[in-house]
Design a protein. Sequence first.
Length: 164
Amino acid sequence: MHEESIAIVVASRHHGNTRKVAEAIARAVGADLFDAEVVAPGDLADYSMIGLGSGIYFGAPHRSVRDLAKNLPAAANAATNKRAFLFSTSGLPFLGWLWHRGLRRTLSKKGYAIVGEFNCRGWDTVGPLGLIGGLNRKHPNDDDLDRATAFGRSLRRADASTEF
């Protein structure tokens, strides 16, 4: 594996909400950024940490992120030290733990250690919300992106004593 190699995979389809968050985290940790609909599981094999992020669509991350997680190779053993983190934007961010549940379960079954999760408000116009202009129109805002940057830095600090 490459030393301190971090990949961030993002699906951001409607307003670029989640891409903004992904870019803030990527800058904080020096990660390579990939689009979920383009990257192949094999492209991520040499990364010691993988971040998966998406807007939330009807209570779940985008299908491309879910499919990628299902197709990632399992960590061979505990010595492989594969780590992952999850992030999202949604109309109801206080339910972030719920939105991430399926990805968390899929990655854990494959032997990935989940080292952090982040969710913030994002402009949500999915379904009937579009008829009323959506929720959280001006999000993610600068405060949200500052929190995403701090989250990224916390990932780096948490691993400062651990060799990638």
